[in-house]
Write a protein of this length. Structure first.
Lengths: 428, 222
């Protein structure tokens, strides 16, 4: 069985159900398992899209929940979910008033169809009343599952209303809850809970559009996007006072907008700088190198921010670990150290200094030309050019400040990952 | 909606499209305004500190209660709970003062950004408007951030030291109780609890320094 960790992602086939089994150690307080199938604004499209012990099936049986003792099994078939559902959030809420204080060894076994089982040992938080443990979401490449450890300070009732489920004070007209099917916990009986899971108010079921209408709607959107993209490109080409940048940075930028689904972005090495005190580049080269810098800065930002999120997650896991650190934990720390060591932040920082110098020189040149008497058309063009140079210079200063910070953060992150490994070495 | 309606809408949008497609600065979603983060995180640290102060006061009162208990088991349970709760409070403070905490990140972002701006002004010709005054102001900001960083490191060291003392004395006090040295055990516990005030004082210093740094006239023009 392969282990996965917080923030790990896996692709899921949409046409067969993925089984997700949550289990916890007998003796721990009981845990309520909820699945919110949410759309825009993280709200459910209708009350019937909250699946929990009192409503164990969603419409179309896209999501099904089975409960037995200290186990909860969810079956989710993504292609049965309507377009209004973007994500499925699987949350756990301990029944105990102490929150996660008494919960031990909560693990999630994920069984995508035709693939081996993956085990995610959920880091138990020291605080909070609810935890998001797994998220299934649509992405450009189909459905993906992500192991999560996001903790919420709010209890069940508020969690439910936050996700748009109408809470009714009166009992539901439906048959009594299936809760009796769950045998009592062998643990000492916890005090009565203040917040019982609210009963969703009856809501009209929303019929999904028939497939043919859906296809037509999709085609229409594709067409609209295509026309808009073409029109934008033409408009850009006609109105832009600068030559178009090379296609590379645009593509890279587009990739940066995509959700992070794979390995960290590759940050290129900066161009060699022969004399950092003197700018020997023409305007076109300066602009091309500015775009190259901008794209690599965004990638550096992504690597550092992902590294920080992983550091935070690994630090939390380290507190929960037994005395011996498992190999995947050590490997994740070593891998991050390698990624950070190869990040050429100082080189790109030097590039900002050179380009800033060049941009200053270009600004001075335009300023000198503006001070001569020119026809109005030339003055307008020079003014537009001065505006662009000033904007780029300001952006370069901002990028330089951010890169200086990332250089500093790179060192602090390396120190943190090394500390994790040192702590593990002490317990070997 | 009919296709022709869509096409008319697209045609109407066309004049706007070039403006949308204009060059935009490269802005990472992670780019944050350090002043606001410092202010916000300082608020969180202040809350945790206030909670620690409350816990210290409660612990002092609890120790007086323990002194009046006659059952040894009961005394041990009370002392045990007291030490565990103190430990948890210090963990919260340590997390907030960590070298990778949001507060540290905001402080380092502010400091590094100020250094870059100072270098930019230094590269400008001597007659650049407000060059020297700006450099002087940025120097002052760098010095404030360095002092704050020093305070932060000291606060971390104090909290770490006190955590070690809590863990060490936890064991000592429980053992003393077992051999009926109750008064000595309670005196040791009181000393540990009183010592935690050093953390709250240090955080008070950090707060003062942060407020001074934030009150500076626009150290990082954004």
């Amino acid at each position: 069985m392969k282990e996965i960790y917080s923030n790990n992602e896996i692709a899921l086939p949409a046409n067969a159900p993925t089984r997700i089994i949550l289990s916890w150690v007998p003796g721990s307080p009981n845990i309520d398992v909820l699945c919110f199938a949410v759309g825009a604004g993280a709200r459910v499209p209708g009350d019937e899209w909250l699946v929990f012990f009192n409503q164990p099936r969603s419409p179309n049986e896209a999501i099904q929940l089975g409960l037995q003792g200290q186990r909860a099994a969810l079956g989710i078939q993504p292609d049965r979910l309507p377009g209004s559902v973007q994500r499925c959030l699987i949350m756990v809420v301990p029944e105990d008033d102490r929150g996660f204080g008494g919960v031990r060894d909560l693990s999630v076994d994920i069984q995508p169809p035709g693939s081996p089982v993956l085990r995610y040992r959920v880091p138990i938080p020291s605080r909070g009343k609810a935890q998001l443990v797994v998220e299934l979401g649509r992405s450009m490449r189909g459905w993906r599952l992500r192991a999560m450890d996001q903790v919420f300070e709010v209890g069940l009732a508020e969690l439910v209303t936050r996700h748009g489920v109408a809470v009714s004070d009166s009992p539901a007209p439906s048959p009594p809850p299936v809760r009796e099917a769950r045998p009592p916990s062998p643990a000492p009986v916890p005090p009565a809970r203040n917040a019982r899971p609210p009963t969703p108010a009856p809501a009209p079921t929303r019929a999904d559009p028939p497939p043919r209408r859906r296809r037509r709607r999709l085609l229409r959107w594709v067409l609209v996007l295509l026309v808009l993209t073409l029109a934008g490109g033409v408009g850009y080409y006609l109105y832009r006072p600068f030559p178009l940048p090379a296609a590379g940075p645009w593509l890279a930028r587009l990739q940066d907008w995509m959700p992070d689904t794979g390995p960290p972005p590759v940050v290129a090495d900066p161009p060699a700088v022969s004399d950092p005190e003197r700018c020997g580049l023409d305007a076109e080269t300066v602009m091309a190198r500015y775009h190259q810098l901008g794209n690599n800065y965004l990638k550096i930002s992504e690597v550092i921010e992902d590294g920080d999120a992983l550091r935070s997650s690994l630090s939390r896991q380290l507190r929960e670990l037994e005395l011996v650190c498992p190999e995947p934990f050590l490997a994740a720390n070593r891998e991050q150290l390698e990624i950070l060591a190869e990040l050429p932040i100082p080189g790109w920082f030097a590039e900002t200094q050179l380009l800033s110098l060049c941009m200053g020189a270009l600004n001075d040149r335009v300023q000198a030309q503006l001070e001569q008497s020119n026809p109005v058309a030339v003055t307008r063009r020079l003014t537009a050019q001065a505006d662009d140079y000033r904007r780029v210079e300001s952006d370069l200063t901002n990028i330089a400040r951010e890169l200086a910070y990332y250089r500093n953060k790179q060192e602090r992150l390396q120190e943190a990952f090394r500390t994790h490994l040192d702590i593990c070495a002490q317990f070997e | 909606m009919r296709l022709t309606t869509w096409l008319v809408m697209i045609a109407l949008m066309l004049p706007v499209v070039p403006a949308l497609a204009q060059e935009r600065p490269y802005v990472s979603t992670a780019r944050l305004e350090p002043g606001a983060i410092l202010r916000e995180e300082m608020g969180a640290i202040r809350d945790a500190n206030a909670k620690l102060e409350g816990t210290i006061r409660k612990a002092q009162a609890d120790l007086e209660e323990v002194a009046r208990l006659t059952m040894q088991d009961e005394r041990e349970i009370q002392i045990d709970q007291l030490f565990v709760s103190l430990r948890e409070e210090i963990y919260v403070i340590l997390d907030q003062l960590d070298s990778n905490s949001p507060f540290s990140d905001a402080l380092n972002r502010a400091r590094e950004g100020t250094l870059v701006l100072r270098a930019w002004y230094q590269r400008q010709p001597e007659n650049y408007p407000n060059r020297d005054a700006s450099i002087q102001q940025l120097d002052q900001a760098v010095s404030e951030y360095a002092d704050l960083n020093q305070n932060l490191q000291e606060g971390r060291a104090v909290a770490q030291d006190k955590l070690a003392a809590v863990i060490r004395q936890h064991r000592v006090v429980i053992q003393q109780m077992k051999i009926d040295k109750v008064q000595e055990a309670l005196a040791s516990a009181r000393a540990v609890v009183d010592g935690l005030n050093d953390i709250t004082h240090k955080i008070g210093d950090i707060e003062t320094r942060t407020n001074e740094a934030l009150a500076m006239p626009n150290p990082i023009p954004n």
